[in-house]
Design a protein. Structure first.
Length: 168
């Protein structure tokens, strides 16, 4: 070797050689793997791919998505009448709508936010329209053939939900 291998240039050279060896070893293993491992490797790669969820402060659609995500997580707790669920309702629901929702729940014996008696496994929120208020389509999906519920959720500019109804 020429020069000092412990100086900055020497360390960079050692790092480059190590990276090249690691890359070469990875390619060698991949090139010699059997074809039957290909689906397994694809599933591992998909599982390792990071997912992204984003939102914006002050955005009504983000507010609806945040509410449903937190509410469903709270539902998964040990007691369906938890303080967190009540706090989420108090924060996100318009007080007049909250009273109407409670009446709907007494009549239908179901959770009015979810329009169901059980907890969905997945949910999506899609903006339908935006004007003075934001309307979103909330799709709740239950696992193992439990079905899907689509709801229309209306949020005012002051970030209060004033309506939840079956989507048309």
């Amino acid at each position: 070797m020429h020069g000092n291998t412990t100086g900055p240039r020497g360390l960079r050279r050692i790092a480059a050689i190590a990276a090249g060896l690691a890359l070469g070893l990875g390619l060698g293993v991949s090139a010699h793997a059997s074809q039957t491992d290909a689906p397994h490797r694809s599933a591992q790669a998909a599982a390792a791919t990071p997912r992204t969820v984003s939102g914006k402060t002050g955005d009504a659609l983000t507010g609806i998505a945040d509410f449903y995500g937190a509410y469903i997580d709270a539902q998964n707790g040990s007691d369906p009448a938890t303080k967190l669920m009540n706090d989420l309702r108090a924060h996100y629901l318009d007080p007049a709508f909250s009273k109407r929702l409670a009446a709907w729940e007494r009549t239908n014996h179901a959770d009015g936010v979810l329009r169901a008696q059980s907890i969905p496994a997945r949910w999506t929120v899609t903006e339908k329209s935006k004007g003075d208020s934001t309307e979103a389509l909330v799709t709740l999906t239950w696992s193992q053939g439990g079905g899907t519920v689509k709801l229309s959720v209306l949020m005012t500019p002051n970030h209060r939900i004033v309506g939840i109804s079956p989507a048309k």
